[in-house]
Design a protein around this ligand. Structure first.
Ligand code: IPE
Ligand code: IPE
Ligand code: MG
Length: 240
């Protein structure tokens, strides 16, 4: 009997949505939902390793999320700081390399230094790359990349006629990371909310009804096995 072909899944990206509604439905503060959501991350990191996913990107805070109440934003920022401190030992033990994408200038210095610190600490790990999109917006990323390209042209390091898709990719925050194969969004919303628009143009999408704190490893495995059953054509006719 021939072996089933297991389609490679190099990169899963997740829009962790629904924390606020999860909390509100239980009469709790929205921040409680974010804390519950943060607990889910470790389980999904472990499951990713087991499932052979090499890159996991999680959308933690968008450039539009500054429009929320001061209380929620500062609660989230302090949750990110606590999370990095609390999880660093586990990340090292699990062989996880941590990276951050998004605009860092608007974040407070303490958080940025923790982000730099954990990136350095875990730089040699190879079991899984965990990328956290924090103050990330796809349009903002493209604007920043365009500015960097313009400077390179101005300084004579790049000719406009040499700009290719690969050049653009190399100027994005995600440079060096393969494009997502599968993008999952929890909480029953059918939109992408500015998440990896350039990188996900050929990704498969899975929209899950459960909110992020109610997400489970079983739902994750299901999304991945559905992905493996789908035929990706990349604009061609014959599926590979
Ligand atoms: C996602 O959950 C987490 C962040 C955006 C920080 P939400 O906070 O968006 O939860 P809902 O969508 O309001 O339920
Ligand atoms: C996207 O969720 C951002 C994150 C999950 C961090 P949002 O809840 O902010 O997006 P919208 O408002 O539903 O589009
Ligand atoms: Mg939301």
């Amino acid at each position: 009997m021939s072996q089933p072909i297991i389609k490679d899944i190099n990169h899963v990206a997740i829009i962790m949505d629904g924390n606020g509604r999860w909390a509100e439905a239980r009469g709790l503060e929205r921040l409680e939902g974010h804390m519950r959501g943060a607990r889910m991350v470790k389980k999904i990191v472990r499951a990713s390793k087991t499932l052979g996913v090499k890159n996991l990107t999680l959308y933690a805070f968008s450039t539009e999320n500054w429009n929320r109440s001061k209380k929620e934003v500062s609660g989230l920022m302090s949750l990110f700081r606590r999370y990095i401190l609390a999880e660093s030992a586990d990340m090292l033990a699990e062989g996880v390399r941590m990276k951050f994408i998004g605009q860092r200038d608007q974040l407070d210095d303490k958080l940025v230094s923790l982000m730099n610190w954990i990136e350095d600490q875990t730089a040699d790990n190879t079991a899984l790359q965990l990328t956290i999109a924090l103050n990330y917006g796809g349009r903002d990323e493209l604007v920043r990349a365009s500015r960097k390209m313009a400077v390179a042209v101005q300084e004579g390091q790049l000719r406009p006629e040499d700009i290719t898709e690969e050049t653009v990719s190399s100027f994005l925050d995600t440079a060096g990371t393969p494009d997502p194969d599968l993008v999952i969004r929890t909480s029953g919303e059918y939109r992408t909310s500015n998440f990896l628009p350039w990188q996900s143009s050929y990704a498969e999408y899975a929209f899950i009804n459960e909110s992020w704190p109610d997400f489970t490893v079983a739902l994750y495995e299901q999304a991945i096995s559905n992905f493996r059953a789908r035929e990706r054509r990349f604009g061609s006719v014959i599926g590979k």
